[in-house]
Design a protein around this ligand. Structure first.
Ligand code: GTP
Length: 239
């Protein structure tokens, strides 16, 4: 029998790479649908969910800058990539009859709603899944920072970071066999040990607003609900 989820309202952050499945690039429809299924499972348990996605499956601002492109232009291109991912996820969720709203930090009213905090709160209160697109709307900020910002603005009880590993390790588990997974860490541990789970701006913002960061493997089907029901494998960063 499933337990009552530990958190009432969460922000789910996932990288764009998650949505490309086993492909090298772009969106894998089967993976997008699978992620939507996972979100539905938790929505059906009464969890209020908002989502921030990245765009690494479409365009990476940082690597564009590394190749000589102006950093701000590259970052804006990344933000447009996020909008593509957000619309794909909205479509998949709506196919499952989940009410969903996409709100963009950069207004593009023909495509989705502009981000208005009070409107977003109203959507969430009605049980709609709100997908925040275009990051913070500013260059030089990561989608992790956008996630910590929106989680704070939406008064979320936790920020769940879905990645390809099942938590935070003492070293890279793919290259170092002695690496061990932490069950929990403090924000200061993450910052001072430079554990690279999220950038320092995002971790600091979560810390200031006392929002736990839960790192888990989103590539495994059903894991989101397991983690929310406190029977999944993850690392929790909190005070
Ligand atoms: P409430 O009435 O507050 O419950 O919210 P609602 O989102 O159902 O109502 P609203 O009339 O604001 O929106 C109806 C539909 O229009 C929803 O699918 C919205 O996502 C969409 N919508 C609202 N504002 C915009 C906008 O600025 N641009 C776009 N593209 N769609 C919008």
């Amino acid at each position: 029998m499933s337990k009552t989820p530990e958190y009432k309202r969460i922000l789910l952050k996932m990288s764009g790479e998650v949505l490309m499945g086993d492909q090298e690039f772009g969106l894998d429809p089967a993976t997008v649908n699978r992620v939507a299924d996972d979100i539905k499972e938790s929505v059906d348990q009464g969890v209020e969910i908002c989502v921030v996605v990245g765009a690494g499956n479409i365009f990476r601002g940082v690597s564009g800058a590394a190749q000589g492109m102006d950093r701000t232009t590259a970052d804006y291109m990344g933000m447009l990539g996020i909008v593509i991912n957000a619309l794909a996820l909205q479509n998949a969720l709506e196919n499952l009859d989940i009410q969903t709203r996409v709100m963009s930090a950069i207004p593009m009213s023909a495509i989705c709603e502009p981000y208005i905090r009070r409107k977003a709160m109203r959507h969430m209160g009605k049980g709609r899944v709100v997908i925040f697109a275009a990051g913070t709307g500013n260059p030089y900020f990561t989608t992790d920072t956008a996630a910590a910002l929106r989680a704070s603005e939406m008064n979320c009880d936790a920020l769940l970071k879905g990645t390809k590993v099942d938590g935070i390790y003492s070293a890279d588990p793919q290259t170092d066999k002695s690496a061990s997974r932490f069950d929990s860490l403090s924000y200061m541990d993450v910052l001072t040990k430079d554990l690279k789970v999220m950038d320092a701006t995002a971790v600091s913002l979560a810390r200031e607003n006392n929002i736990p960061i839960v790192v888990f493997n989103i590539r495994e089907k059903g894991n989101l609900a397991k983690v929310l029901n406190n029977n999944g494998v993850c690392t929790t960063v909190k005070n």
